[in-house]
Design a protein. Structure first.
Length: 227
């Protein structure tokens, strides 16, 4: 399951870490995995980009980080969509079904993915949510709270249920719960100018910074060691 792109990211690199990149790339290539290196403004240096380029990577995309102050969100005026916090094993299975559908995880990987994710239910500081349409699981999201900060993570909607308002409803519920927990700051991320990005700005979050994403230039690069 470590081959899923969203879970194969290298974060935290900054100027002075150039010599550590090759060993990371070699490890991923030895395991047949294509990683994404995230570069954050303020930590980035041209020397890091040159080293990634030398090793067969290019700057292929962006991801925006958004930040805000929580406030108790008004409940959605909707009798069809409901947002339920996951507290039981049965509800966890609904969360997992919505999660793998929303992220379009390959069917061959779904069983092992679910095995890996089931422990999230009992992780300290984690709250999981499932969105339902007429009782049917359709969307999933996660809230992580620690030290007065709330991270709005993993929101996704099954393709068959998109454009129904699930993402906004999940945002409102998690922000409301974060506010009730006494959180001072919330943050999340999205593809720039995506529906998720726009939804976050509509509820008052603002852009904190934009990180660059570096991936292998060619598919075969994931299997070849650097010279």
């Amino acid at each position: 399951m470590s081959r899923l792109p969203s879970f194969c990211r290298v974060v935290g690199l900054r100027a002075g870490h150039e010599q550590r990149i090759e060993e990371l790339v070699c490890w991923y290539r030895e395991h047949g995995i294509k990683p994404t290196f995230e570069m954050v403004p303020g930590h980035y240096a041209a020397s890091l980009g040159r080293e990634l380029t030398r090793l067969g990577f290019f700057q292929s995309g962006f991801h925006v980080s958004l930040i805000g102050e929580p406030a108790t969100a008004a409940p959605a005026d909707d009798t069809v969509i409901t947002i339920e916090q996951v507290t039981t094993a049965d509800t966890m299975e609904d969360y997992l079904d919505a999660y793998v559908a929303g992220w379009e995880i390959a069917e061959k990987d779904q069983d092992q993915f679910k095995v890996n994710v089931r422990p999230w239910l009992n992780q300290a500081g984690w709250s999981l949510y499932v969105g339902r349409l007429n009782g049917q699981p359709a969307a999933a999201a996660t809230l992580y709270l620690k030290d007065g900060v709330g991270y709005l993570a993993d929101a996704t909607t099954s393709p068959a249920f998109r454009r129904r308002g699930f993402q906004s409803a999940l945002l409102r519920r998690r922000i409301s719960d974060a506010a009730a927990a006494g959180v001072d700051t919330i943050f999340s991320g999205a593809a720039p100018f995506s529906t998720s990005h726009r939804n976050m700005e509509r509820i008052g979050m603002r852009v904190q910074f934009v990180r660059s994403l570096w991936t292998p230039i060619l598919a075969e690069d994931a299997l070849d060691k650097p010279n």
